[in-house]
Ligand binder design. Structure first.
Ligand SMILES: [Zn+2]
Ligand SMILES: [Zn+2]
Length: 432
């Protein structure tokens, strides 16, 4: 029988990498707190309707990329392809409109899209998601962009470009759609096959087609900004002014339309110069009509999602620090089978004092246990043999320096803890 591998397009995040993810989540969590966002855990699957109505029937995501299935009771469910629709659903369902507005919420977890796998793109991928629901203040848009930039600043990401655009609203979007269609009508035959299909259903997406022929054709096409109504135009100016005030360096990209139907007014992306074709580390915008499209009252909102795989990839490429990988403090070595029970007792003794410790479970020899101790990353090997048991002591060997001495067993934990805190102080001193 052949062994089973993971499905195409998904991968395991193994211990050598997962600690780096933990660092990204820690920075995210700290930044969320600093900006007044609170964490929500959302379900991985939802009613299919949430996405077909919320994200939009004619988007690539809903048309081609969703993992949709019937459960045993015949309900159509979908593995979430993104988080904004779920967050707004949760806001409405849990009457978060009764809380302080806007409700500032964040979440993180895996998303699922049936896409062609390539570097930095998987069928299960992790996102960090921030949403501010209940206000149309342009400064909330500014703050949303600012949160993402602050996370990236703390992570040390460089070579980033922030692009913004306004995609209008139900008042001005039809005006733009008409202008765009009449501009493209005579050139329809030259567009790529995908864009030909978009012409009637979703012509806005033709503007961000990466096909060079399509790009050339749309070079002079009417952009959304030139068609904005007074309200959208004012809002966009206020967002740009606000970004200027907080010192965020952004540029306007008139082609930026984002792939999801729910965006209104502000759309933005953060691009990494080091990622190649899949270069967006973060994308977001305002979605003032999303709540209505899923059956709720009119509720404005703005938010973004950032890809964890791409953040980690960019940090690795740029040689950024993920902090210290988690290692053991101590490894308990038992030189003789007769002392093993007492060694296990010692192991739990020091673990209860907050020391990360382990022991051999493979029946290794005394020498091999030392080798394992060295490979574990532990600083100390703590030897407990018949001699030590007889004298109530432990032999401690510093595996980095080779230094070795005997301690009273009762002093072992505080010795290791003091050593650790002195090391941390020294590292902090080096940073200053
Ligand atoms: Zn408008
Ligand atoms: Zn095209």
């Amino acid at each position: 029988m052949s062994s089973i591998s993971a499905p195409r397009g998904v991968r395991d995040i193994l211990p050598d990498e997962s600690w780096k993810w933990e660092y990204v989540f820690k920075v995210t969590r700290d930044t969320a707190r600093d900006f007044g966002y609170r964490e929500v855990h959302l379900p991985v699957f939802e009613h299919t309707e949430l996405f077909s109505r919320g994200v939009g029937e004619t988007t690539d995501v809903v048309e081609k990329e969703m993992y949709t299935f019937d459960d045993r009771a015949g309900r159509s469910l979908t593995l979430r392809p993104e988080l904004s629709a779920s967050m707004v659903r949760s806001y409405l369902e849990n009457r978060m409109d009764k809380l302080h507005q806007p409700a500032k919420l964040w979440s993180a977890g895996p998303m699922f899209r049936y896409e062609r796998p390539q570097k930095g793109r998987y069928r299960q991928f992790w996102q960090i998601d921030f949403e501010a629901i209940g206000s149309q203040d342009p400064y909330v848009d500014v703050e949303s962009i600012a949160v993402s930039l602050e996370i990236f600043r703390k992570l040390g990401l460089a070579n980033l470009e922030v692009v913004v655009n306004s995609v209008g609203c139900p008042v001005c979007r039809p005006v733009h759609k008409e202008a765009l269609q009449s501009f493209l009508k005579s050139k329809l035959g030259d567009l790529c096959e995908t864009c030909k299909g978009r012409f009637n259903r979703n012509p806005l997406r033709i503007l961000d087609c990466k096909n060079p022929v399509c790009r050339e054709i749309t070079e002079e096409a009417p952009d959304t900004i030139s068609c904005l109504c007074a309200e959208c135009s004012e809002h966009f100016s206020a967002v740009r002014l606000g970004l200027d005030r907080i010192g965020a360096a952004v540029s306007v990209d008139k082609r930026l339309v984002r792939g999801l139907d729910y965006y209104t007014k502000t759309a933005y992306e953060v691009l990494s110069g080091d990622l190649g074709a899949q270069n967006a580390v973060c994308g977001g915008g305002r979605y003032d009509n999303l709540a209505e499209s899923i059956g709720g009252p009119h509720t404005p909102g703005v938010g973004f999602a950032a890809g964890v795989e791409r953040i980690v990839l960019t940090m690795e490429q740029q040689g950024r620090s993920f902090g210290e990988p988690p290692v053991l403090d101590a490894y308990v070595v038992s030189p003789d089978p007769s002392s093993r029970d007492e060694s296990v007792a010692l192991l739990y003794e020091i673990r209860r004092s907050g020391i990360a410790a382990d022991i051999d479970y493979m029946g290794r020899s005394f020498k091999a246990q030392f080798k394992t101790a060295g490979g574990s990353g532990a600083v100390f090997a703590c030897v407990l043999g018949p001699d030590e048991i007889a004298t109530g002591s432990v032999t401690v060997k510093n595996l980095e320096t080779g230094e070795q001495h005997q301690l009273a067993r009762a002093e072992l934990s505080s010795f290791i803890i003091e050593f650790k805190s002195a090391k941390v102080k020294k590292q902090e001193g080096n940073l200053l």
